[in-house]
Design a protein around this ligand. Structure first.
Ligand SMILES: Nc1ncnc2c1ncn2[C@@H]1O[C@H](COP(=O)(O)OP(=O)(O)OP(=O)(O)O)[C@@H](O)[C@H]1O
Ligand SMILES: [Mg+2]
Length: 464
């Protein structure tokens, strides 16, 4: 069945043109001369995969149509048509839930491209939601099924097909770079270029980012393309964006707004298609208030915002992460043993009960990275096939004495619940192979089967 695109536009000529263009592309385009009749039709069962709407119309305005659709929690993607020069209000609309905007005079190629992106996005979002509901978790590489992570997966699916900048915030080690890479996946084999904005002095960073012409400064013997150009058609990941030197901030803003850059010393600009993804573990609003970050750049970057909750606020994910990193460490050990031609030296495969209690009690100020490092370290230190508390870093073993217990105490997962999630996660990691899972868990296969049966009969535990 062709996908339905509703076109809401009071100007008859423009409406006819839009409908004609969309029909010629094989879409089922349905025209409406005002927002009310479009809403009524949707309420009456008119299918709508995308809505393209003008903003200024007599009667109900495009903004109100967008709000109504959002309030009815309709999943439909809305593309708004706005007058040239009101980009700021268009960005406000995207924050309010519009999928994209087009500026007048309309370019029909842009319209078709926006509709195609919007449809692709809906498909990915539907698939993601199905995967989450099936208990399969998030995008590739992500472990975690807590409510905040599920919301994040949804937002990632939504943002991945957009061309607008994204800002990712969250404490150190929460997975910001992982999110940036997940967002990039829809760009396939196009380049993903990461740059740390705080790592270089400003003059060097400028030519790193934008490139330079021959003779632009002493030592510039050859022209050189910058990272922006290297990222063309792909993603430029601006890590630690709060550290971007103030003098470079207007240059970045210009590059984003005009979708073009100028090499240092160049007289002409180059057009580029680069998706900007920025990350910071600081509060950018505070940086703006303190005058360290330009408000206009903040506003332009902050179109789509993804926030990663600290691990202590989603402690139900801890067992899953432990299982994930433990299986990873075991696989890595086996790979190396095979390379060395040595027999498997009984790498640590399971956790002593006291070790589990410690992992659950610890607040993980360094978040997922700290947890991953702790597990990796423990598997190499363990002298038997069971990881003992002694194999964990001191700060985890003696949390009471450590200074690293910042905001609040983590919500704890009961031991039994930990075990359940841990087992199920291991089982999933090995593709449901019970023999292999039992081996990793250090249980015999019968015990594993019995436990799995118990979980199924236990009405207090949620479905896996
Ligand atoms: N939900 C997750 N599932 C699996 N692995 C994760 C998850 N979150 C983070 N990781 C892993 O934890 C490590 C740290 O993540 P990442 O580098 O993305 O953090 P970050 O937020 O960029 O930290 P920083 O602010 O210090 O740069 C990486 O190895 C990443 O793959
Ligand atoms: Mg990082």
């Amino acid at each position: 069945m062709p996908e339905s695109v509703l076109v809401v536009e009071d100007d008859r000529e423009l409406r006819d043109l839009l409908v004609e263009v969309l029909r010629s592309r094989g879409y089922h385009a349905v025209p409406f001369s005002n927002a009310r009749s479009a809403l009524r039709a949707i309420a009456a069962g008119q299918g709508a995969d995308v809505v393209v709407t003008d903003l200024k119309m007599p009667g109900m305005r495009g903004e109100d149509l967008l709000r109504e659709l959002r309030e009815r929690s309709s999943e439909v993607n809305v593309i708004v048509i706005t007058a040239f020069g009101s980009i700021d209000s268009a960005i406000a609309l995207i924050k309010a839930g519009a999928y994209d905007y087009l500026t007048k005079p309309l370019n029909t190629g842009d319209l078709v491209a926006a509709v195609e992106r919007a449809l692709a996005e809906s498909r990915v979002r539907r698939e993601t939601m199905q995967r989450i509901q099936a208990g399969g978790g998030g995008p590739a590489g992500f472990v975690g099924r807590s409510a905040p992570m599920q919301r994040l997966y949804e937002l990632i699916a939504r943002a991945a097909h957009s061309r607008h900048p994204v800002i990712i915030t969250g404490e150190s080690g929460t997975g910001k770079e992982l999110v940036a890479r997940a967002l990039h996946q829809t760009r396939g084999n196009a380049p993903f270029i990461a740059v740390n904005c705080g790592a270089l002095p400003e003059t060097l960073l400028e030519s790193e980012l934008f490139g330079h012409e021959k003779g632009a400064f002493t030592g510039a013997d050859q022209p050189k393309a910058g990272l922006f150009e290297a990222a063309d058609t792909g993603t430029l990941f601006l890590d630690e964006i709060a550290d971007l030197p103030v003098v470079l901030q207007p240059k970045l803003l210009r590059a984003i707004e005009r979708e073009e850059i100028r090499r240092v010393g160049a007289t002409t600009a180059r057009q580029l298609d680069v998706r900007i993804v920025a990350a910071t573990n600081r509060n950018l609003e505070e940086e703006v208030r303190a005058g360290r970050f330009r408000e206009d750049l903040f506003w332009r970057l902050n179109v789509l915002h993804l926030h990663l909750p600290p691990l202590r606020e989603r402690s139900e994910d801890v067992p899953l992460l432990v299982a994930h990193f433990l299986s990873q460490a075991i696989a890595e050990r086996e790979r190396q043993d095979n390379l060395n031609g040595s027999p498997h030296l009984g790498a640590a495969r399971r956790l002593a009960p006291d070790t589990i209690s410690l992992l659950l009690r610890y607040p993980w100020p360094g978040n997922v990275r700290e947890l991953r490092n702790a597990i990796q370290r423990a598997t190499t230190l363990a002298r038997t096939d069971e990881i003992q508390p002694d194999d964990l870093p001191l700060r985890i073993r003696e949390p009471a004495r450590s200074a690293a217990s910042p905001t609040g105490t983590p919500r704890r997962v009961p031991l039994r619940e930990f075990e359940r999630r841990y087992l199920l996660e291991v089982l999933q990691e090995v593709g449901g192979n019970k023999t292999r899972a039992a081996e990793i868990l250090g249980l015999d296969r019968k015990t594993l089967s019995r436990k799995l049966e118990e979980y199924q009969q236990d009405p207090t535990s949620e479905a896996p």
